[in-house]
Design a protein around this ligand. Structure first.
Ligand code: ATP
Ligand code: MG
Length: 254
């Protein structure tokens, strides 16, 4: 069934663990677009099962895809389709920085819902965020994908993995070194994402300078000294509500 669904499908993206294709599936009595995540051969059943569990645990959270199906041979999952652009691509394509900051604010909202369920995402980075433009305000809709690394707070998913910080600049120092994940470690990753968008606002903009200061606090080496997710979420809300000075012109504006 997976092989026939893949026939003529287009590649949406690839990651360290999987290729992802756009397919059509019959769901709720109609054909809908979906994303088929086809795992690489070295990924084992246990890893896939763990991602499936996290989709089930986060069911109903706004801004997370819905799980539509699972295949054991080949190992694959089917989720609702989102995008078409990752936040990483949108930053490069010159999408309006203010829109991008609205997307980051939506990511904060999604993380806060996950945290309310005792879950930490642990892989918050710009190629795990899909965005699509909307006609209605706020002009953008955001989805946080890739729940493969998600765990309950306090877990040590990278213990003994020997991760190098230069390969995982978006992960907090305690997580890279194999320590416990926490709400504060997601705050660190979200602050890195915020910083990557803030770069597109002029240094002279007072609102950007204020947010940069908050981001700096969220990047504190010690998790216990970082502000809460709620605080960063509020600061992002203030930033997008008070129109900052015109953002720097990027190469191409969409
Ligand atoms: N639901 C979806 N809708 C549209 N595109 C998607 C969807 N899920 C994944 N993609 C695309 O496929 C890419 C790879 O998916 P995903 O991040 O889940 O794979 P991965 O191998 O676990 O990645 P990583 O290297 O981050 O661990 C994404 O960056 C995105 O471009
Ligand atoms: Mg990914």
């Amino acid at each position: 069934m997976v092989r026939s669904a893949l026939y003529g499908s287009c590649l949406l993206g690839r990651g360290a663990f999987a290729f992802c294709y756009k397919i059509s599936v019959y769901w709720n009595s109609k054909m809908v677009d979906a994303a088929l995540k086809l795992y690489h051969h070295r990924v084992n059943f246990r890893n896939v099962l763990s991602e499936v569990r996290q989709y089930l645990a986060s069911e109903g959270v706004k801004g997370v895809p819905s799980l539509l199906g699972v295949s054991l041979n080949p190992l694959a999952i089917v989720t609702s389709y989102h995008g078409p652009t990752t936040l990483q691509q949108a930053v490069k394509d010159g999408t309006s920085p203010l829109l991008l900051m609205r997307a980051v604010h939506q990511v904060a909202d999604t993380l806060s819902q996950l945290h309310a369920r005792g879950l930490t995402h642990n892989d918050v980075k710009s190629d795990n965020v899909l965005i699509s433009r909307t006609d209605a305000v706020p002009g953008i809709s955001t989805t946080v994908i890739d729940l493969g690394g998600m765990t309950t707070v306090g877990a040590t998913p990278y213990r003994g993995c020997g991760l190098r910080s230069q390969d995982y600049p978006y992960l907090s120092p305690e997580v890279v070194s194999g320590g416990s994940v926490s709400y504060a470690s997601d705050v660190y990753s979200l602050a890195k994402m915020t910083a990557s968008v803030l770069r597109h606002f002029p240094a002279s903009c007072p609102a950007a300078a204020r947010l940069r200061w908050e981001v700096k606090k969220c990047l504190h080496y010690h998790p216990e000294h970082r502000p809460s997710l709620t605080h960063l979420q509020e600061q992002l809300g203030v930033f997008i509500a008070t129109p900052p000075s015109p953002p720097l012109r990027s190469k191409r504006h969409s």
